[in-house]
Design a binder for this molecule. Structure first.
Ligand code: GLN
Length: 490
């Protein structure tokens, strides 16, 4: 049944008593058993707890008690989210063997909504990466082509949803980690406004950018998940006290007359011609749906990659000191060598190569020599970019671009060229740096059948316009195919 249901249709059928939550849960685990050995979506499974929770939902329904909005729906959680009694590694050896004594706020809220939590998904170590290949534990494969990456860092969550091992998942997005894997797997991914969702219990990567996001098989599902997790939290002062609408209700809103901007700089960002063509068609569709298409520009986009990799690494290097007690401090130039030695030592604790690279970069940009020329400058460019995007979003209701410059790369591509990987984050970074919401919706596929994504960025706290546009587009968008080949039949 999971093949044909979405989060909201399954919740409705369970509430009506047409489907048993226990059966939906059993099917999710049958799918996981069938395909996960090969696809590598999960790091931990919570079958027993899931079945118990599903039976509780069925009993509540039989007894006529009220059900939560997500009651009985199988949902997967990125391993960057703390789960009480369930190991949480964040894809890193450094946290291996740790079982948090508490739930992240978003996890607590999903439980309250009746969601059935099936397990923890694979990710790049500490969220650092774009392919899930930097997981310390296993490779995740793209179900549309097993030789390719599902994207990252929330690659496991995207694979789980694409193959219906779960109907939705939470990820975390610092610079694109929810949106890009959604694009690469033909699923929907939403990064909310910074502050829309509590970060309590989310393992920190770069705290001024981190935000929990949702993945689902359709736009309405991504909205429904956000409704369940959003809102103020006494345990995270950056979580906004703004009211939380029923985001899924934005689906079906009239989009005629909305002004939609195409970012000039995004079109000249070295796009793969197949991605450029799919994007042009998507813009055409939105025009036919009655949106007014406007040219827009944010010149500082050219510096988004440099800005992000200075700020995110700086924040990461100070956040990560908590794990091994090493202060990655630098006082003088010679310090760089000293730092190499320290990080070399931490190998025993288990940081992988990409994380070490980030700590080195971050410690360098925070050092006395580089602070003004790198860190402070990056802060200024971040402000410029945010001002430019905010200005354009004063003239238009949404800004469009492809989610990524092309389809999913082959596994191992760019293994020794980290810069090429960083550059491929260009289109997702602006929303992160500006703290704006952005939605990725499937936007057809390449002739080889690799999914592509359309990104819709909107004003701060206006996720609803992104969902309305995404939903309208989803209904006319070419589908990459019903289910990826690797999902297999049950
Ligand atoms: N790919 C980006 C990075 O490696 C973004 C990762 C993320 O959003 N967690 O930093």
């Amino acid at each position: 049944m999971l093949e044909t249901e979405s989060i909201t249709t399954l919740a409705a059928r369970i509430a009506r008593g047409e489907v048993r939550a226990e059966d939906a849960c059993a099917e999710a685990f049958a799918r996981i058993r069938r395909s996960d050995g090969d696809l590598g979506a999960f790091l931990a499974l919570t079958e027993e707890g899931a079945l118990t929770a599903a039976r509780d939902v069925d009993r509540a329904r039989d007894e006529g008690r009220p059900l939560g909005a997500l009651a009985g729906v199988p949902i997967a959680l990125k391993d960057s989210l703390c789960t009480r009694g369930v190991p949480t590694t964040c894809g890193s050896r450094i946290l291996e063997g740790w079982t948090p004594p508490y739930d992240a706020t978003v996890v607590e809220r999903l439980r309250e909504a009746g969601a059935i939590l099936v397990g923890k998904t694979n990710m790049d170590e500490l969220g650092m990466g774009s392919s899930t290949e930097h997981s310390a534990f296993r490779v995740s494969r793209n179900p549309w082509d097993r030789g390719r990456t599902p994207g990252g860092s929330s690659g496991g969550s995207a694979v789980a949803v694409a193959t219906r091992m779960a109907l939705g998942a939470l990820g975390s997005d610092t610079g694109g980690s929810v949106r890009q894997p959604a694009a690469f797997t033909g699923t929907v991914g939403l990064k909310p406004t910074y502050g829309r969702v509590s970060r309590y219990g989310l393992v920190a990567f770069a705290s001024s950018l981190d935000q929990v996001g949702t993945l689902a098989t359709d736009v309405r599902g991504a909205g429904a998940l956000l409704t369940a997790i959003a809102g103020a939290d006494a345990r995270d002062s950056t979580a906004s006290a703004r009211g939380v609408p029923r985001f899924e209700d934005a689906c079906g809103r009239d989009v005629r007359g909305l002004r939609v901007g195409v970012l000039d700089e995004a079109q000249h960002a070295g796009l793969d011609p197949r991605a450029a063509e799919a994007f042009d068609r998507a813009v055409g569709e939105l025009g036919r749906l009655g949106c007014e298409i406007v040219r827009t520009s944010a010149p500082s986009l050219a510096h988004a990659v440099a800005t992000y990799y200075v700020l995110a690494t700086a924040e990461a290097s100070s956040n990560l000191a908590r794990f091994d007690g090493v202060r990655f401090g630098l006082r003088e130039r010679e310090g760089v060598r000293h730092l190499h030695e320290l990080i070399g030592k931490s190998r025993d604790h288990g940081f992988g190569a990409e994380v070490k690279r980030r700590i080195l970069l971050g410690t360098f940009v925070l050092s006395a020599d580089a602070f003004d020329s790198h860190y402070r400058k990056a802060q200024k460019v971040r402000r410029l970019l945010r001002d430019e995007l905010t200005r354009e979003l004063g003239r238009v209701d949404a800004l469009l671009s492809p989610t990524a410059p092309g389809p999913a790369p082959a596994l191992g591509d760019h293994a020794d060229d980290p810069l090429a990987v960083y550059l491929s984050d260009l289109l997702t970074l602006p929303a992160s740096l500006a703290g704006l919401p952005a939605l990725s919706v499937p936007c057809g596929a390449t002739p080889e059948g690799l999914p592509l994504g359309l990104q819709i960025m909107t004003r701060a706290f206006d996720e609803e316009t992104a969902l309305a546009l995404g939903h309208a587009y989803e209904r006319v968008a070419p589908l990459p195919g019903a289910l990826p080949p690797a999902a297999g039949a049950l």
